[in-house]
Design a protein around this ligand. Sequence first.
Ligand code: CTP
Length: 447
Amino acid sequence: MKKVITYGTYDLLHYGHIRLLERAKALGDYLIVGVTADSFDQQRGKLNVEQSLMERIEAVRATGLADEIIVEEYEGQKIDDIRRYGVDIFTVGSDWRGKFDYLKEYCEVVYLDRTEGISSTELRSEQHALRLGLIGESPILNKIERESHFVNGMQISGVCTEDATMLSETLHQLVMPMSQLSELIEKSDAVYVISNPRRHFEHIKQILSQGRHVLCESPIAIAPEQLSELRALAKAKGCLLVDSLKTAYSMAYSRLVLLAKSGAIGDIVSVDATCTSLAGFEATEKKKAAHLWNSICAWGPTAMLPIFQLLGIDYCSKTIATHLLGDDSDFDAFTKVTFTYPHAVASLKVGQGVKSEGSLVVSGTKGYIYVPAPWWKTDYFEIRYENPANNRRYFYQLDGEGLRYELLSFMKAVQSGRPMGYVDEPTSDAIVAVISDFYHKKNTVII
Ligand code: CTP
């Protein structure tokens, strides 16, 4: 009996897949189909897969062409499978021509012509077209544009900015003056906002008023009453108003939160998060640039994320110590915030004019979690115990600093009308409350 094996994702099964399976089956007497596991697809950069593994397996089964279906979970598995199942022929579409020649050592390799004019990517893009407008002044806009290409169906519709100097060539071609903001909103389904936080309220209000969804670089606003007004408007318009905080989408970060919450280090007693970067300051000769965010806005939301997600938002007290730049009462070169909870403490240090070790440490009664700098875009962390033999290391691949996962989740949320839950509303509110206290110098010591 001649055994044939083929692999694929088989998302939104289409006639290109069916033709491939028919021809694969015709190569022998017994067809094994390997369907890729979600985690394996993620690892190899296929982020947009729409259907679950079970749905995709069911779709392949329903063709009636597969004699056996297996799951492909890891790199290198093909060699294992070919040996284990005694496979005679490995086959795959011609888009992979040459890529699997290394399997010729184990069996015959056949590349079948790919069916023209159809792919899962195209089907997903057709189903999920989302035009994303951009507003603001930041090199991060270039990253958003770059990462948007990894999200099937997402298209950048334009960028409104007051300072185009930091934009890439691609974005330069899409620049519109701020005076044309309403035109940009009109030709977008959603807008990403990274203007100065002082202007978020006005920008978001306009976007929501025009009935478009908002993804805003955290903090969404600098005063709680602004945030409430925007939330009410979003609700009235049936639009999403979502914090953009890329760390929340990093697999390593979300897994460490789950592990800590599951008791891996006992009771959590302290969370200490530090985020600093001198880049912005150096670029502006230590002078306040018109569009440079102050430290508390640039880094505060990221540093608050693990504190609020691990200890909650009901702290008993907080103190802010801040080092302001020159005579500008709002521009902090460095800020430290200390929170006291009934049974825990937390601290954050943020700085754009002061450098420190950008690590995250979560201390518990049985051990601690250590995330090395820069923890906010990490793919790695350790759980450490008194006895180092018990220490554990965790690694999760992070592509595009988490931005592509954030954009993908945002697009899915827009299409389903359901919020994403990575940064929930209470956490977002608590972030804005701290930022607001900073601006009002409440519980604040100036150093
Ligand atoms: N295939 C094909 N003709 C197509 C699409 C896919 O012959 N038009 C083949 C692929 O070469 C592969 C198998 O079907 O052998 C499974 O492909 P898969 O990657 O799941 O499908 P795509 O449509 O290519 O998916 P995507 O757009 O996500 O890459």
